[in-house]
Ligand binder design. Structure first.
Ligand code: C5P
Length: 269
C-alpha cells in the first residue's frame, strides 16, 4: 500500500478522516479499495457472519483485505460493517492505519454507496474505486495486477466505464419458468456469458452517480458494474482466475481452503 501523494494512513476503526489527508486534484488517479462487509450471510447460516469464519489460520475477511492492502497501488480502504458487528475489532486489521470503518446499509449497494460517500471526503472523483466483496478471500495478487493494469493502460475504455474481474461461463445455462420456478423455459447460448467477480473498478464520481440513479429508479443492483451499465457505459471484462470464489454456502469454505493452500504452494500469495 502506498503512502505517496499525501495519502496518509489514519484512523483505523475510527472516523478515518486522516486517510487521504492532502488529497488534491491535478495528479494521476489514485486507487482506493471499498470492501462491503455488512452482510449477515443469511444463505450461509450460523451465528457468525461468513466473513469472520476461520480459514487457513486467519478469518475470511483478513484474506480478502490482505491482497488489497499489500498492493503498492492501493492507497487505502473503506470498509462497510454492520452496526451489530462484534467481530471486526478482533481481526488483525482492526487498527490498520489505512482502513476506514464506516456503517453499511440495508443492501450491498447501500453499503457501497455509504463507503463512497465517506471516500468522497478526501478522494478525487476521478480516482479509481476497487469494490471487493469481503466474502472473496482467494483474490490473487496477479488478478489484482491485471485489473489495475487494465485501468492504467486505457483498455478499460474512455476512462469512465471501468473494468471488472470475470470468468467465462463453461456450464450450459438454463432459464427457469417464472411461474413454476423449476421447469426449464429455455437454454441460453453461453458463448458471450461471463460470471462477474470482484474487484470491480470504476471512477469514484461515476460509480456514485450510477448507484444513486439505480437507487432512485428502484433497480436491484447485485454488483456495481450493473449500475454502471444502466448509465449506458460498458465496463471491460478482465479475465480472472476461477478460484476467486465468493463464499456463499457452507460447502464453499473447504473449497476456499483448498484454493488458498494451492495458491500458497504455487507462490501466488
Ligand atoms: O450477500 P452477498 O454474498 O452477495 O454479499 C456480498 C458482499 O456484500 C459481502 O461481503 C457482504 O458482507 C456485503 N454486504 C454488505 N451490506 C449488505 C449486504 C451484503 O456490505 N447489506
Amino acid at each position: 500500500m502506498s503512502t505517496e501523494n499525501g495519502s496518509r494512513a489514519g484512523a483505523g476503526s475510527g472516523s478515518g478522516t486522516e486517510i487521504g489527508a492532502g488529497a488534491s486534484s491535478g495528479r494521476n488517479p489514485r486507487h482506493w479499495a471499498v470492501v462491503p462487509a455488512a452482510g449477515a450471510g443469511r444463505r450461509f447460516g450460523g451465528p457468525v457472519p461468513k466473513q469472520y469464519l476461520e480459514l487457513c489460520g486467519r478469518c475470511v475477511i483478513e484474506h480478502s483485505l490482505a491482497t488489497l492492502l499489500e498492493h503498492p497501488a492501493v492507497d487505502g480502504c473503506v470498509l462497510a460493517l454492520s452496526a451489530e458487528d462484534e467481530w471486526w475489532t478482533d481481526t488483525a486489521y482492526a487498527s490498520h492505519p489505512a482502513v476506514q470503518r464506516i456503517a453499511g446499509g440495508t443492501e450491498r449497494s447501500d453499503s457501497v454507496a455509504n463507503a463512497l460517500e465517506a471516500l468522497s471526503e478526501y478522494a478525487d472523483e476521478h480516482d479509481w474505486v476497487l469494490v471487493h466483496d469481503a466474502a472473496r478471500p482467494c483474490l490473487t495478487r496477479s488478478d489484482l495486477d491485471r485489473l489495475i493494469a487494465a485501468l492504467g493502460d486505457g483498455s478499460a475504455g474512455d476512462g469512465s466505464a471501468g473494468a471488472l474481474l470475470a470468468v467465462p461461463v463453461h456450464d450450459t445455462v438454463k432459464v427457469a419458468d417464472a411461474a413454476s420456478g423449476d421447469r426449464v423455459l429455455r437454454t441460453v447460448p453461453r458463448e458471450q456469458l461471463w460470471r462477474a467477480y470482484t474487484p470491480q473498478a470504476f471512477p469514484l464520481g461515476t460509480l456514485r452517480r450510477a448507484l444513486a440513479r439505480a437507487r432512485d429508479q428502484g433497480s436491484a443492483i447485485t454488483d456495481d458494474a450493473s449500475a454502471i451499465e444502466q448509465l449506458g457505459l460498458r465496463p471491460l471484462l478482465v479475465s480472472g482466475r476461477s478460484d476467486n470464489l465468493k463464499i456463499t454456502r457452507p460447502e464453499d469454505l473447504p473449497l476456499a481452503q483448498f484454493f488458498l493452500e494451492q495458491q500458497q504452494e504455487q507462490g501466488l500469495r
